[in-house]
Write a protein that binds this ligand. Sequence first.
Ligand SMILES: Cc1ncc(COP(=O)(O)O)c(C=O)c1O
Length: 389
Amino acid sequence: MISCNKRLEAIPFGGLYEIFGKANKLERQGKRIIHMEIGRPDYDSPDFAKEAVKKALDKGQVHYTDVNGIEPLRRAICEKEERRFGLKYDYETEISVMCGAAEAIGVIMLSMMNPGEEIICPSPFFSAYREQAIIAGVKLVEVPVLMADNWELKIEEIEKRITKNTRMILINSPNNPAGYVLNKENLEKIATIAKENDLIVLSDECYDEFIYGQEHVSISTLEGMRERTLVVKSTSKSFSMTGWRVGYVLGPSNAIKYLNKVHQNFSTCVTAFAQWGAVEAFKYGDEFIDNMVKEFKRRGDYLYDAFTKIDGIKMIKPKGAFYAFPDITAFGMSEADFCNYLMEEAGVVGVPGTSFGDYGKGHIRLAYCRSFDEIVEACDKVKEALGKL
Ligand SMILES: Cc1ncc(COP(=O)(O)O)c(C=O)c1O
């Protein structure tokens, strides 16, 4: 009988995909379902990127590439980072292209952390963080970020969790699932703690483009932070390329070379023709991004206005990413029961907040990356269903 290692036993089966599976089953039975559980934009990937993949295939770009990514892609990414965010990284030594941000985060944990060391992470957080920490044999220490505090990160909450084993702070702004954005002042405080305690900062900036009404600031740009920060980004959300599996890490060369050791032994490189397509996305995709983000703002604004009119729902307007994370405690149901009720009664599928860490309690997450018409329909149906309780 084959058994898994002891660490994996701490990771439950199913999670988000269990909800997805149940929703799909109801859909097959003929029920109208609005999928707001999965965080993937409803847009197709840009045509010019898809065309470039076809050409790459015809030209035989089907073999292993450089471990850290093909040179044209590394160049195109670094140019885009400088053009849109003022980040300056050397395409030869300070970037590695990985199989999505997911691989990048796992690789960072495996290459930078020693077993038993601790990562401090504001909670709620993207659920894979916890599971990747388990896989890497390290401890994720949750720091509460609460809606009652306007989703403000309280620096003293980080400070009091620092131990001799703390090695990394993992931040995610704009945030999945809470929709908050860390401003420069917050980031300065995190930077001070990182410098005082000699910590690495893993900054997951996958939603850098999805920001409404303010500027995205990367902690790597603050004084003394470039050398201790690993910035993770992805094509998944910005270019609606979730299935392409193209993400990347920007960081100091003395860290990137070690990440490549792990990446090389896990995946060798990202799929060759996907990389060639991604080159075009980084070169010519600015307008695509801007149009999509404008539309997402319209959807988020609509959802916020509609939800805050529903008795019992409390919510803060998302400043970034594309998730609503309302407080549902007034209904006196568990997060899972609430999601099941919405799925069965309204056909609207959300995720229990507890999937995003201990401090997701009392919330559900609804991804508003569905069409505007679906958002309108979902809001009406949720209102009607909750009115029956
Ligand atoms: C905060 C965050 N980080 C990383 C990822 C993983 O993205 P990728 O598709 O690039 O692996 C996601 C995906 O939902 C995410 O929400």
